[in-house]
Ligand binder design. Structure first.
Ligand SMILES: Cc1ncc(COP(=O)(O)O)c(C=O)c1O
Length: 416
């Protein structure tokens, strides 16, 4: 473990906090936290759950598992409560899946910065496959087979494929046809699919077609989700996993429950109270999800406009709260400022007042001029402003949102 370092997004978060405390006016675009107030009915549920101080079942109480099963039922994934495990966040669930199933891990490149270190912690080799032109979160189907062959030739054993739908870091959602293609390859190559759907309820346009690989390859897909992103509850740590019905799924589920029993025991009782209510999706929660996705989309599109205006090419964001610009078209101009790779590019952005997460920290090629901008902390300085942002039909016109977008635009305009 001596080679382990702190997760780069958390490390950047600390650095930015220090520089901001020292008086530097830095806009934080490097951390994927949904900076919105906890929704009042959720706070009420948390208080109501405070007396739930018993350990309770490892996988979660029958009530919370039934609520999560219902959540999946409403998304075309018929689910029994015995297919569900809840946990303190989806991070530990993803880790527990990695500790349970054998073989190495196929990852999109770039990908969320936790998958590869978790794979190494579990003794797995991460095999990065470039993402397609049109979207991130998935290995390019046209390259996947050859990467599997090459990995096997090198003695690796790719058996698990991670998909992020929608994606962190590109803020895009793979289309249904591509999901079908990837599922067909998973069948041929006998891969388990881990579908990270934590941003599923943050698809910006409700009419965007969404296909989970669990609909296409139900026997070989584990789905992870949680409330950190859609309901801005990162610090409450509520995650859930759905395992396939049948013997393979049950074998993985019981392995994950064993890991849980030895590490975190169970999701804290008060959080089970919150999760049962939130995954039950009463009308007020559905409305909160709707306005949150609208806000995330409006601001992400605006940051996309800014980076494209600064000379980058960039996939238009359709989900989550990220954009992932590529400054290759202006490499020559950047070279004049000694910016030649993703590390020097992100350092220059920080000097210009915008903290971004360099692409190589997400597994991308170090020489590429790419980074991630998280756009979810631009909604206001306090709960009142953030609630105003949520309520607004056109949040980017609000003065407190506009002013921070203008600062970002000014930073990007000084880049070249
Ligand atoms: C793609 C992805 N999966 C999982 C997580 C972890 O979320 P949780 O708070 O449920 O551990 C994150 C958080 O950044 C994420 O971006």
């Amino acid at each position: 473990m001596s080679g382990m370092r702190m997760s780069p997004n958390l490390a950047l978060n600390q650095l930015v906090a220090e520089r901001q405390a020292a008086g530097e006016p830095i806009v934080h675009l490097g951390f994927g936290e949904s900076r919105l107030p906890a929704f009042a009915p959720l706070v009420e549920r948390l208080a109501a759950g405070a007396r739930r101080n018993a350990y309770g079942p490892v996988a979660g109480s029958p009530g919370v598992r039934a609520a999560v099963a219902g959540y999946f039922d409403r998304r075309r994934l018929p689910t029994g409560p015995d297919q569900i495990v809840v946990a303190p966040g989806s991070k530990p669930l993803l880790m527990a899946v990695g500790l349970t199933v054998p073989g190495d891990l196929l990852l999109p490149r770039p990908a969320w910065n936790t998958y590869a270190p978790q794979a190494r912690l579990a003794g797995k080799h991460p095999i990065a496959v470039p993402i397609p032109e049109e979207c991130g979160g998935v290995p390019d189907p046209a390259l996947l087979r050859e990467h599997i062959r090459a990995a096997r030739t090198l003695g690796h054993d790719p058996r698990v494929m991670v998909l992020t739908l929608p994606d962190n870091p590109t803020g895009t959602l793979a289309p249904p046809a591509m999901i079908r293609e990837l599922c067909a390859i998973a069948e041929e190559e006998d891969l388990l699919i881990v579908s990270d759907e934590i941003y599923r309820d943050v698809v910006h346009d409700p009419d965007t077609p969404y296909l989970s690989p669990a609909e296409v390859a139900p026997d070989r897909t584990v789905v992870c989700t949680g409330l950190s992103k859609s309901l801005a509850l990162g610090g409450w740590r509520i995650g859930a996993a759905r395992f396939p019905a049948g013997p393979w799924g049950e074998w993985i589920r019981s392995g994950v429950a064993s890991v849980a029993s030895e590490i975190w025991s169970t999701l804290p009782g008060p959080m089970q109270e919150v999760a049962e209510y939130a995954f039950g999706e009463p009308e007020e929660i559905r409305e909160r999800l709707r306005v949150s996705a609208r806000l995330h989309g409006a601001v992400a599109r605006e940051v996309h406009r800014i980076v494209v205006g600064a000379g980058a090419r960039c996939r238009p964001p359709t989900g989550a709260f990220y954009v992932y610009p590529d400054f290759e078209p202006v490499r020559e101009e950047l070279d004049k400022h000694d910016v030649t790779d993703s590390a020097s590019l992100s350092r220059r952005m920080l000097d210009l007042g915008a903290a971004v997460l360099a692409g190589h920290l997400l597994g991308d090629e170090p020489g590429a001029l790419r980074f991630k901008c998280a756009t979810s902390m631009l909604y206001g300085e306090n709960a009142e402003q953030q609630e105003m942002s949520l309520a607004a039909e056109n949040p980017v016109a609000l003065p407190h949102v506009r002013s921070v977008l203008d600062r970002i635009e000014a930073s990007f305009q000084r880049l070249l």
